[in-house]
Design a protein around this ligand. Structure first.
Ligand SMILES: C[S@@+](CC[C@H](N)C(=O)[O-])C[C@H]1O[C@@H](n2cnc3c(N)ncnc32)[C@H](O)[C@@H]1O
Length: 276
């Protein structure tokens, strides 16, 4: 087990809300992780968003945005046809389990901090997991994350963090992205997907965005607005200075359409694909 030196387990609370959102939206196996705590966080927020939608469509689509983010990450993973997929800060996602069940020729590894891994293990005890799926304690900010992993034969390696790095300040983001870039390089090169909520997008949502950021500040103990990148350009520059050879915002044309929720007219995040 990787030694935990600086992870922030406080942010795992929001992972319970997203797990119940994913169960609500029908993602495969997501009901395994939909807890009372998650529903108590998600359902009032979802009903509030629905009520808000008629007067303020953009912030009113917030809970649907949770659907789209998760959906797009999963679609991106599928499109890469990886031999090894590494998700860090997986929280209560079942994406890796569902993917590994369908693709026996690849290996999916979910990492999270020890408390979250223990919570997942408890909830997974009643379910049979595919042998090509692994859940491990691992800290994005600790040295040697993924040291035991080996490169697949002639197949792509991918890494993902969904809902993780915006909780980190700039120095931590850099350490996290350096850790991912060096892991991918050691495994022969690969691609990394993350979302960023740049300040210039957040500001478009007005007071509603500040209410959400304030709630996240209380949960995470961090001044969220201060530590977000100013724009996607800053995030891309930071990724490149952390060891990625290239990074780009995924354009709308590459984000597949889906039918279970109305697409957000505006979203507060951009998806960035980086490559070593
Ligand atoms: C906001 S939750 C997001 C979880 C999930 N990816 C989602 O989209 O709902 C952030 C997750 O990152 C994990 N985390 C926080 N700091 C971490 C670190 N340094 N290394 C690994 N995981 C971390 C938390 O335990 C939590 O599960």
């Amino acid at each position: 087990m990787t030694e935990t030196i600086a992870g922030n387990p406080r942010v795992s609370l929001t992972g319970y809300a997203t797990a119940s959102a994913w169960a609500h939206f029908g993602f495969e196996h997501a009901q395994w992780f939909s807890t009372l705590r998650g529903r108590a966080l998600f359902l009032p927020m979802h009903l509030g968003c629905r009520a808000l939608r008629t007067v303020a469509p953009a912030p009113g689509a917030f809970t649907e945005t949770l659907y789209w983010r998760h959906y797009w990450f999963s679609e991106w993973a599928k499109s890469q046809a990886p031999g090894l997929a590494i998700e860090i800060g997986a929280g209560l996602s079942t994406r890796g389990i569902a993917y590994a069940q369908r693709h026996a020729d690849m290996h999916w590894v979910d990492y999270d901090l020890p408390d979250m891994v223990r919570a997942r293990e408890k909830m997974l005890a009643a379910h049979a997991l595919p042998t090509n799926y692994t859940l491990e304690a691992g800290d994005l900010l600790a040295p040697h994350l993924g040291a035991a992993l080996t490169a697949p034969n002639n197949a792509r390696v991918i890494a993902m963090t969904e809902g993780v790095t915006d909780y980190l300040d700039r120095a931590e983001k850099q350490r996290a992205w350096q850790a991912i870039a060096s892991l991918l390089k050691r495994l022969g090169g690969g691609r990394y997907l993350l979302e960023v909520h740049p300040r210039d997008r957040i500001e478009r949502f007005g007071p509603a965005a500040h209410l959400v950021l304030d709630a996240l500040r209380r949960i995470s103990g961090r001044d969220m607005l201060d530590q977000l990148c100013a724009d996607t350009g800053e995030a891309i520059a930071l990724l490149k200075s952390s060891g990625f050879a290239d990074a780009r915002v995924l354009p709308e044309s590459e984000l597949a359409d889906a039918g279970r929720a109305p697409p957000p007219a505006e979203r507060a995040f951009a998806l960035i694909e980086a490559e070593t």
